[in-house]
Design a protein around this ligand. Structure first.
Ligand code: SAM
Length: 482
């Protein structure tokens, strides 16, 4: 029998089934233990220090107690603290990105994904270098600076060389004042050698969703193809780190298994990365299964309602305060608005989840990976964020300045966000306003920038940011960063 050990490199030891079951029992037994819940809330709250702010986070057991708790005032407190943490470490910035689907060829049999091998109803498509270029120009013309590339798993049609070639093409395109400055990668689990090649190609975060941490269910949901190997998939982040990628993004596809089980597994995975590599996940994504070509989310029997979804997001925020939380356009404007206040720090905007979707006038559905709920334009998303008190940020400075892994975390922990990320957000927002925004968004944006510049604590930093924004407004000079 496998024994729980967060430092182990074996999947069944760091995501240990018995430990998850005991965690769920412990959470159930303590879900009305007000004294414990109050102590956990106090532990999770950010504390001021001389140099900034610290937050201790919560263990998977502790966070699971809060997730199980259904006392309305305590749940309200969880939401309140989630917002406090978000503001303390990330400020009111929301980073914007878009997915770029390269290929829907796939040899796996994932039963929730329309790209599965047996689906003969969708056309298979893989972007040529010219098509990648056209998609990237369309994305740049919207104002995007940060992409997450997506592809099915197919060693013949989409080998690593194809992915590397696409990354090279994406970074090489400079159209008008545009450029893609950060490419995150969401492709199937691979070898240390391939992760090293991705690192050398200059990727930002390597993202891989676990889908489900429940091994038995995982095996059933991935009946065929290389992804069937649960251990290889679960241990992928360790190989990525070994290959030199120190920003990795975790995620669960909520709706496949019971959410409390998934939540405990996800938190254990984060603890494992911290225990072994000294740095937790850079991001956590919270996708929910959506309707797609031959996929019906109700078939999986574990759908979660919006309220539970919000509680999961807030509990993640309390447990891993320094990890970014990503919410995609799988969710509606209403759900996204609520979650933004509970700790989300990155959103996708104007996404098309089909291969070649950005160059087509009408949103194509034939090769779509899932239905997009939020179909607004990027301009609308940017204005909506500002109208809700957030600063849309197109910043990509950290990894380009070598602030990855624990170096990014220490920036967060020492409260330097307001002197660094905040001005970067304002400068990149100004680029967006000058080059891509509608007149109304531009007007609103410069009001926001004027107010927000006053919040930069260091006088010198504020002056430089103001000067740079003047240059952006009055010339073609771009890409300033702290
Ligand atoms: N092929 C790669 C892999 O297997 O990890 C990567 C990318 S896949 C294009 C991106 C993610 O989309 C998957 O990890 C899965 O969580 C999610 N996905 C698949 N089908 C979905 C559906 N019907 N609704 C929502 N998300 C889905």
């Amino acid at each position: 029998m496998a024994i729980y050990n967060p430092k182990s490199l074996k999947a069944e030891e760091f995501i240990n089934h018995d430990e998850i079951l005991e965690t769920l029992q412990y959470a159930e037994a303590n879900k009305h233990n007000v004294e414990l819940i109050d102590a956990l809330l106090e532990k999770a709250r950010p504390k001021k220090t001389e140099t900034g702010c610290v937050c201790s986070g919560l263990t998977h057991r502790e966070a699971s107690v809060l997730l199980a708790c259904d006392i309305p005032e305590k749940v309200e407190k969880i939401y309140e603290i989630a917002e406090e943490i978000k503001l303390a470490f990330y400020g009111n910035r929301i980073v914007i990105f878009a997915p770029l689907y390269l290929s829907n060829y796939c040899v796996n049999g994932c039963v929730y994904c329309p790209y599965h091998l047996k689906n003969k109803t969708i056309p298979r498509k893989k972007l040529t270098p010219e098509e990648v270029k056209a998609e990237v120009i369309a994305l740049q013309d919207m104002g995007h600076k940060r992409l997450a590339i997506e592809a099915g798993e197919d060693p013949v049609n989409n080998p690593i060389e194809y992915i590397l070639e696409c990354i090279k093409t994406i970074y090489s395109i400079h159209h008008k004042n545009g450029a893609i400055r950060r490419v995150n990668v969401n492709i199937a689990a691979t070898t240390v050698e391939n992760y090293r090649k991705l690192k050398e190609a200059g990727i930002g975060t390597y993202i891989l969703f676990q889908e489900t941490y429940h091994k038995e269910n995982y095996l059933a949901l991935h009946p065929t193809g290389p992804k069937h190997d649960y251990d290889y998939h679960t241990e992928a982040m360790d190989r990525a780190m070994e290959g030199g990628i120190d920003d990795v993004g975790l995620g669960v596809l909520f709706g496949l298994d019971r959410y409390k089980y998934e939540f405990a597994g996800l938190m254990m995975h984060a603890e494992h990365l911290e225990a072994v590599h000294g740095v937790g996940p850079h991001t956590i994504s919270v996708p929910r299964v959506k309707r797609a070509d031959d996929i019906n989310p109700d078939d999986f029997g574990n759908s979660i309602d919006d309220e539970t979804f919000a509680k999961i997001t807030a509990c993640i925020r309390l447990a891993v305060p320094y990890t970014g939380i990503i919410i995609s356009t799988r969710e509606s404007e209403e759900v996204r608005s609520k979650l933004l206040r509970l700790g989300v720090s990155q959103v996708s905007g104007a996404s098309r989840t089909s291969v070649g979707g950005y160059t087509q006038e009408e949103r194509p559905h034939d090769t779509e990976q899932f239905d997009v709920s939020d179909q607004r334009t990027l301009d609308e998303v940017v204005r909506w964020l500002m109208d809700n008190g957030h600063i849309p940020s197109f910043c990509t400075a950290c990894y380009r300045e070598g602030r990855t892994g624990d170096r990014f975390m220490s920036l967060c922990k020492t409260g330097q966000i307001l002197n660094c990320c905040h001005p970067n957000a304002l400068m990149t927002l100004s680029e967006y306003l000058e080059d891509y925004a509608s007149p109304e968004t531009k007007e609103r944006g410069y009001e926001v920038i004027a107010e927000e510049l006053n919040r930069i604590p260091k006088e010198k930093v504020r002056q430089i940011a103001e000067q740079n924004i003047d240059w952006i407004r009055g010339s073609d000079r771009r890409d300033f960063r702290f």
